[in-house]
Design a protein around this ligand. Structure first.
Ligand SMILES: [Zn+2]
Length: 355
């Protein structure tokens, strides 16, 4: 057990979670049920706009919802300010974020700052920010995560997700398996620092890891609806963060390692890919069964070595060395001082992350 338990007082959650085939068609009905109004700002990027944006706009307009499509260039605070100006000028009632991480993060923060609600429509299953209250945006030099509000609805179409590039789905699985170490870090901090812990949030997060681990072969086989398992886990992981009121259940030392890589690597890998490698390394430090975690990742097809993820060995070592500085207020297995160079090389070599 986790010793003294403190539950959290306020929990903000999405109101509607819609997951299934042809779910786009239900958008007008969902908007009506939630009484969101009839004027929306649809935030997306160029690629997704060509693929799905036009179709979504038609569905919304057939449902008598006046829709303005706004294309973002990147996920920056400047972009959020730009979207807020567009929103104010148009006098919209709500925001829709359509796409991968960037449009959803921009839509999340835009709607939060403008005090409007937003619908999250993920077209890839690559990370667990889909239904969470935190927005990851590019700040000055490095990526930041900002507290916003969870989407009022998540609308995920499994037909689209089943056919999305498998690399992104793998990254999503990596972001879920990362909970193996982030939960250990949270419990460690609870024991050492008496940091409050939520058993509900822990149980939800553990369930997502189980879902991915037990269905690794099914995910790999791409059987119809396989993306449903991944999206279900990602949404549940977001909910675990909503319950905790922070990213604590889903983001520990392995995420700090990934954020460190973002600031070092010339070409970083996907967030979930970096977190997966971080999980193997941190599992070794936590004395968990890292070989089992690695084997599940290999079954799914998640890259488990620096080479496979297109990362440099020296960047892995440096990221391990500086990971503890990324978020010093968050206590993890890395402690206050982090790893020595020799210890970093040792963990990376012993886990076969580097040669
Ligand atoms: Zn993550």
């Amino acid at each position: 057990m986790y010793g003294v338990i403190n539950e959290f007082k306020h929990i903000e959650m999405p109101q509607m979670l819609s997951l299934g085939t042809n779910m786009f068609l239900s958008l007008p009905e969902i908007i009506e049920r939630l009484s969101l109004g009839n004027k929306c700002l649809l935030i997306t990027d160029k690629f997704v706009e060509n693929k799905y944006g036009k179709e979504v706009k038609i569905i919304l307009e057939e449902g008598k919802i006046e829709t303005t499509v706004s294309i973002i260039e990147d996920s920056t605070l400047d972009e959020v300010d730009k979207q807020i100006s567009v929103l104010k000028e148009l006098g919209t009632n709500f925001v829709v974020g359509l796409g991968g991480g960037k449009p959803i993060d921009v839509a999340k923060l835009t709607s939060f700052k403008a005090n409007q609600r937003f619908i999250s429509i993920p077209t890839i299953a690559s990370h667990d920010g889909i239904a969470s209250s935190r927005a990851s945006l590019k700040g000055i030099g490095e990526r930041h995560s900002i507290q916003a509000r969870p989407p009022i609805a998540v609308v995920a179409d499994t037909k689209i997700l089943d056919n999305s590039p498998y690399r992104y789905t793998c990254a999503g699985c990596g972001d879920i398996l990362a909970k193996k170490t982030s939960l250990k870090d949270w419990m460690l901090s609870h024991r050492i620092r008496n940091e409050p812990i939520s058993p509900t949030s822990v149980a939800l997060s553990e369930m997502t890891v189980k879902l991915i681990s037990e269905n690794a072969n099914l995910i790999k086989s791409h059987s119809e609806g396989y993306s449903r398992i991944v999206m279900n886990s990602l949404i549940s992981s977001s909910l675990a963060m909503c319950v905790a009121g922070s990213s604590r259940p889903g983001s520990g030392s392995e995420h700090m390692f990934s954020h460190a890589l973002d600031s070092i690597a010339e070409t970083p890998a996907l967030h979930g890919e970096q977190c997966a490698i971080g999980t193997i390394l941190m599992a070794f430090l936590h004395e968990l069964d890292w070989e089992n975690i690695q084997s599940i990742m290999n079954t799914i097809g998640i890259p488990t070595t620096a080479k496979k993820a297109g990362l440099k060995d020296e960047d892995i070592i440096e990221a391990l060395r500086i990971a503890h500085t990324i978020r010093p207020e968050r206590f993890t297995i890395l402690g206050k001082d982090g790893l020595t160079h020799e210890a970093a090389v040792n963990v990376a070599v012993k886990t076969n992350v580097i040669d």
